[in-house]
Design a binder for this molecule. Structure first.
Ligand code: GLY
Length: 369
């Protein structure tokens, strides 16, 4: 079964197709987009090993010529050197504006390839084939592309929408449990930010998702993508509502920096902890009921996910130092930090003036003594 979620953006509209077996059906899926029978694929070493031979075989069977570039796996790839290499490779491959580039991988590959396609010949079409839960529910949809700077994550980039997203849920079966649960951090975020009924569903069915249950994964990815598509349609370039997608991310970015973007903390794990902290701040400010943060934490714990700062291995900086790390967040406006807070589960909003002392106190209480 394939669910189709349209992203309606006028001339930049596209579909997100979600379901098992889409990679094996690649030629039928992308065929209508091709003006000549040729594609370029960019992937990373881990994903190449698992999925590239199968993808190449299916393309060859349909008579579609394909060349591929395999980048090193990991967040450090998302920087100028591998970006330059990718753009130069696409030029050497003579990829034209009417061609299709395929981004096969997780968020690192999707973001880097999307950005390469945004600048190559002033804009080349690309198809996202996200292979992680995180990329299927978040980074592959909505056209945010880019790379990291030494000044921070995702500070260099462009909005460049894909022409199609194929979220093949069967590839998630090969994801390690830790990566699946990290991606689930972004799934929970959608329930918390705007759909209390979805959060109820996740409380009931999340454990089945953690056991790689196909129908639950399909439903969770589909609902997440529907919510993201709706927000992106209303606010493509993040003038307002799209900022809600950053629920938990201000805390997450500070924690990622504090842990050196290492595997002490995966991005989705930081988002989950950040969501719990955002609800804690909301409750301390009297914005939501006392039960809300406890319910968020209880669900994350029931899923076996990192929930508290004490779940992060090794030492963390103190509360004030963590607050200072938030100061580099790209959502800073006029030096004031914006937080996404909540009036309850499913009721997030953008808060412009959160008192820093409340944030510091929440962090102090959360840090291990
Ligand atoms: N990942 C946040 C956004 O796409 O806006």
């Amino acid at each position: 079964m394939t669910n189709i979620v349209p992203v309606n953006l006028g001339a930049r509209s596209y579909e997100v197709r979600i379901g098992p077996g889409l990679l094996a059906d690649i030629s039928a899926q992308i065929g209508p987009l091709l003006r000549r029978k040729r594609v370029a694929i960019v992937t990373d070493a881990n994903v190449a090993e698992k999925h590239l031979p199968m993808l190449l075989a299916h393309l060859a069977k349909a008579g579609i010529a394909a060349s591929s570039l395999t980048l090193p796996a990991g967040e450090s790839t998302k920087a100028w050197p591998e970006f330059t290499r990718t753009v130069e490779w696409l030029l050497a491959e003579k990829i034209e504006r009417r061609d299709i580039v395929i981004a096969l991988g997780g968020g690192v590959v999707g973001d880097l390839v999307g950005f390469a396609c945004a600048v190559l010949r002033r804009g080349v079409r690309f198809v996202q084939l996200p292979t992680t839960l995180l990329a299927q529910v978040d980074s592959s949809v909505g056209g945010k592309t880019g790379i990291n700077s030494t000044h921070g994550k995702n500070l260099i980039g462009a909005f460049h929408q894909p022409s199609l997203v194929l979220a093949d849920t069967s590839v998630l079966n090969t994801l390690p449990q830790r990566d699946l649960l990290a991606g689930y951090g972004e799934v929970v975020k959608y329930g918390l930010l705007g759909d209390a009924t979805f959060f109820d569903y996740l409380e009931a069915h999340g454990p089945a998702l953690a056991r790689y249950d196909g129908p639950v994964i399909l439903k969770a990815v589909t609902r997440s993508v529907q919510m993201k598509a709706g927000i992106v349609e209303r606010d493509e370039t993040e003038e307002g509502e799209r900022a809600l997608l950053n629920l938990g991310h201000t805390f997450c970015h500070a924690l990622e920096k504090a842990t050196g973007y290492s595997d002490r903390l995966l991005h989705g794990e930081g988002v989950a902890i950040g969501c719990a902290l955002a609800f804690e701040v909301s409750q301390r400010l009297g914005l939501c009921a006392q039960e809300a943060p406890s319910r968020v934490r209880a669900h994350l714990k029931a899923m076996g996910m990192k929930t508290d700062l004490s779940d992060i291995a090794g030492d963390l900086p103190g509360a004030e130092a963590l607050l200072a790390l938030m100061g580099q967040d790209k959502k800073v406006i006029d030096g004031r930090l914006r937080f996404i807070l909540a009036r309850g589960i499913g009721q997030a909003f953008v808060a412009e003036d959160v008192p820093p002392d409340v944030v510091v106190q929440v962090l102090k209480d959360a840090l291990p003594r």
